[in-house]
Design a protein around this ligand. Structure first.
Ligand SMILES: Nc1ncnc2c1ncn2[C@@H]1O[C@H](COP(=O)(O)OP(=O)(O)OP(=O)(O)O)[C@@H](O)[C@H]1O
Ligand SMILES: [Mg+2]
Length: 222
């Protein structure tokens, strides 16, 4: 097996919204290693979602603070940024599924936008459905799925695309304990399948559950 690489490095990031007096990040440091299951915990309002926006370039990061591999993302051209974003997949608390499309179409979405052929798409979608035990959901319409089931589809959609890393921003924010654990189990499975996971959450129960079942790294944002 090749040695693991550092995918993302945040170095001495100090940052605030220009229109807001509060400093969100004060000399913040963080490293995401390939194949890791990394958890960033922080209470509401500590800047977790803002950090995702800085990492994905939705908010311009200060120079020399956020590096993808060895490259400063603040120096990316538009094309570099486009290519970099293709390497990340984000799972959101509010799912962002296409309710009028089928479960399979939703899972296939990243493969469609990246231009894969129909046969390979079907194979990959079927494989991920089997790996994650989602066969019982495929005939249902997305709008009738429960919150936990919707989030499982979101994770399947992330995993099928095999990005360099998956950022999950509060993926269990809308779920009860039982569904939170089911989503946690899928995240663990995803990590075991070779996906690098960057989970962002304020849910202490979720983190306790993950710690019991799997090797995770934890950072705290305060
Ligand atoms: N566009 C903006 N302009 C000014 N302040 C903002 C903006 N967006 C967010 N904030 C403020 O920045 C702080 C961090 O917001 P953020 O959404 O990153 O927190 P969070 O940790 O993700 O919270 P939650 O756990 O509730 O999702 C909050 O105080 C928020 O009000
Ligand atoms: Mg948030």
């Amino acid at each position: 097996m090749s040695s693991k690489e550092t995918l993302l490095t945040i170095k001495d990031l100090s940052w605030k919204y220009p229109n807001n007096v509060d400093t969100l990040f004060d000399h913040f440091n963080f490293t995401l290693q390939q194949w890791a299951f990394h958890v960033l915990m922080g209470k509401s309002g500590t800047g977790k979602t803002t950090l995702v926006k800085l990492i994905t370039g939705e908010i311009q990061a200060p120079r020399d603070t956020i590096h993808y591999r060895a490259e400063d993302i603040a120096k990316f051209t538009e094309l570099d940024m486009e290519n970099y974003r293709k390497k990340i997949w984000i799972v959101f608390q509010d799912y962002r599924l296409f309710e009028e499309d089928s479960v399979k179409e939703n899972i296939a979405y990243p493969l469609k936008i990246f231009g894969l052929g129909e046969t390979i798409i079907q194979t990959k979608v079927d494989n991920v459905i089997t790996e994650l035990n989602l066969r019982n959901l495929v005939e249902k319409s997305v709008e009738t799925l429960s919150s936990g089931e919707k989030q499982k589809i979101c994770l399947a959609r992330a995993i099928v695309h095999n990005p360099e890393f998956i950022i999950a921003d509060e993926p269990t924010g809308n779920l009860d304990r039982e569904h939170t654990q089911q989503v946690a189990d899928i995240l663990i499975k995803a990590n075991k399948l070779g996906n690098t996971i960057f989970l962002i959450t304020h849910d202490i129960h979720l983190v306790h559950y993950l710690k019991e079942k799997h090797a995770i790294n934890i950072d705290i944002l305060d």
